[in-house]
Design a protein around this ligand. Structure first.
Ligand code: GLY
Length: 330
């Protein structure tokens, strides 16, 4: 009898590993609104923005949309929100311009798309998705990315219209003091990861980069494996924080590697972040969903706004150790 039971377990486990069969998962959309030294005055705006983004993304999944649609929608909502360093409200380069990066990835087939140093587009994440879906390439940069946007009928916004008052002040502060003392001047990025009931995963990330950056600087957010990664056999990750460190550490893929080696999403996320900060002395944050629906949310910065919706509950936080729950709006 014991032998029969063991054989049955072995056959079942072999079947699930080789057939792509997955147990029914609980759909989740998890978002972050950037890791950094967020001042108290910005905390309520960030929390409201991440809750809204998580709920919009979740609504897409609940209404039968794909995980890709869900992460795109969640990120678009934060790109429209001045409280975040992405789309409108992005930080400025040394010439006082907004230059943005974004990337998106599907876990089912590792398809991915990204844009870097793109200007005057309200939703760089949508353009990154178009790169994935309509071109043979993974990453389009600068003038080429903007030309592609025009060819695809992606609307452009008037030059300067993505520049917010807060970003202008942050650049002035940077030029005067030579350091990035505000959260927006430090780092900040938005991102989303999602899993649906079939265990399909996607990830998306978008940023204005780093305040006072050189003209033409590309960030980790445009680099698959650093800012974004998704693989249905492992998990999905979106990162935020000091871009040059995240890129050197390949942070998103390091988290994936830790999960592959047996860590939970939670342990993998924390371990990779601590490893990066210990080695490179800069901070970051990440959100992760593993293929089994496990969550990882952590940051080595002072704060990181995050939120997710599962069923009718919104979970959110911004401080270390904070995990607040409330009933979702609808
Ligand atoms: N992680 C965003 C940036 O550095 O640009």
């Amino acid at each position: 009898m014991k032998c029969l039971t063991i054989s049955l377990i072995l056959v079942l486990s072999l079947f699930t590993q080789t057939s792509g069969f997955r147990c029914k998962m609980e759909p989740i959309v998890l978002v972050h609104g950037g890791a950094g030294d967020i001042p108290d005055s910005r905390v309520p705006l960030k929390i409201a923005g991440v809750k809204k983004a998580a709920s919009l993304g979740y609504k897409i999944l609940r209404n039968g949309g794909s995980v890709l649609d869900a992460v795109e929608e969640a990120v678009k909502s934060m790109e429209d929100d001045e409280a975040f360093n992405a789309g409108y409200g992005s930080v400025l380069n040394l010439d006082g311009e907004v230059e943005m990066d974004a990337s998106i990835m599907i876990g089912a087939n590792l398809n991915s798309g990204a844009v870097t140093v793109v200007k005057d587009i309200a939703h760089p994440i949508t353009l990154a998705r178009l790169v994935m879906e309509k071109t043979p390439h993974v990453l389009l940069a600068g003038v080429g990315a903007n030309r592609f946007a025009k060819d695809q009928g992606v609307p452009t916004v008037p030059p300067g219209s993505l520049v917010s008052k807060y970003a202008t002040e942050a650049l002035e502060d940077f030029k005067e003091h030579g350091d990035n003392r505000t959260e927006i001047g430090d780092v900040g990025t938005v991102g989303a990861v999602a899993i649906d009931s079939k265990g399909r995963l996607a990830a998306a990330t978008s940023t204005g980069g780093i305040n006072g950056k050189m003209v033409g600087r590309s960030s980790d957010t445009s680099m698959i494996g650093s800012g974004t990664y998704a693989d249905d056999d492992v998990g999905a990750v979106s990162t935020t924080g000091h871009g040059e460190s995240i890129a050197r550490y390949c942070l998103a893929h390091t988290i994936i590697y830790e999960i592959k080696n047996g860590s939970s999403a939670n342990v993998a996320t924390s371990k990779a972040l601590k490893g990066m900060t210990a080695k490179l002395h800069n901070t970051a944050g990440a959100i992760t969903i593993s293929k089994s629906g496990g969550l990882g949310i952590d940051f080595t910065s002072r704060r990181m706004a995050w939120a997710y919706q599962i069923k009718d509950e919104i979970h959110f936080g911004i401080e270390h150790g904070q995990h607040t729950k409330e009933k979702a709006g609808n």
